[in-house]
Design a protein around this ligand. Structure first.
Ligand code: SF4
Length: 253
């Protein structure tokens, strides 16, 4: 008989991260997330990671990556971005969502960094949270992708997947962050966001997750309580229809 898996033990969470990482290993190498790409190409420049994360809000990864590279080619550092014309910035970052507002925001952030911190991004949660448009997710991205210090940025993918599996039962990304930092071993924090953003894009998608091929389905609450019962119900319905009509059910119905 199978024993129940303690989903909240640090060891189980470690294996969940390893198995998810294995499933998206190739995609992470061939097509890294926008933040990983910026981190790799700038040797983890916290300023560029911060600005790219602000651009990434409500924007798809490829759009963020392109917009960031256009922006940094023209304004490569905090000083040049603080002095930039907002309209020029907006033109460079278009079509990221809310590009006019974001153009003003990244300029404002650069000005504050120059005025208060000598142009250096502070490695301090409270100070980062004082910057416009910077919430916990953005600040944690700066820690992980910029400073390379352990933190858990929780975006919609991380929040959804850990709730589906049943590791956490939370309503908001902030609650998920608190729970995961309590449960997961600190050594697993650094790769967690990157693995699960990719895993959420490719396997555990918001709509139509690929549960039957998922390496985590033996531990997943959603798989057992939602996906499997639905699959069994559909197959029973099809069998009884076939018995009644003697025909294969029409897939289009
Ligand atoms: S089994 Fe399905 S819901 Fe669970 S983690 Fe995998 S893809 Fe997501």
């Amino acid at each position: 008989m199978k024993t129940l898996v303690d989903l909240q033990s640090a060891g189980t969470i470690h294996r969940i991260i390893q198995d998810a990482a294995g499933a998206v290993e190739r995609a992470r190498k061939d097509d890294p997330t926008a933040l990983q790409e910026i981190s790799d190409s700038t040797d983890g420049d916290p300023f560029r990671v911060l600005i790219a994360t602000v651009l990434s809000h409500r924007t798809k990864d490829p759009v963020t990556a392109l917009a960031s590279s256009r922006l940094f080619a023209r304004f490569p550092n905090v000083k040049s971005l603080a002095a930039a014309n907002s309209r020029t910035v907006a033109r460079l970052i278009k079509p990221v969502g809310f590009y006019n507002t974001k153009a003003r925001t990244v300029k404002k952030i650069s000005k504050i960094l120059l005025a208060k911190y000598g142009g250096i991004v502070p490695e301090d949660m409270d100070k980062l949270l004082e910057l416009p448009s910077v919430g916990r997710k953005t600040a944690n991205c700066v820690f992980v992708y910029g400073f390379k210090t352990p933190a858990i940025p929780v975006d919609t993918h991380v929040h959804r997947i850990f709730n589906r599996i049943g590791v956490v039962e939370t309503k908001t990304p902030e609650e998920t962050e608190m729970e995961l930092t309590r449960l997961a071993d600190r050594k697993d924090w650094l790769p967690l966001n990157e693995v699960f953003v990719k895993f959420g894009q490719l396997v555990c998608r918001p709509i139509g997750p690929h549960c039957s091929e998922c390496p985590l389905n033996d531990r997943c609450k959603y798989y057992k309580t939602d996906y499997l019962p639905r699959t069994v119900k559909t197959s029973l319905k099809n069998t009884s229809k076939r018995a009644r009509t003697g025909r294969k059910p029409n897939r289009a119905q």
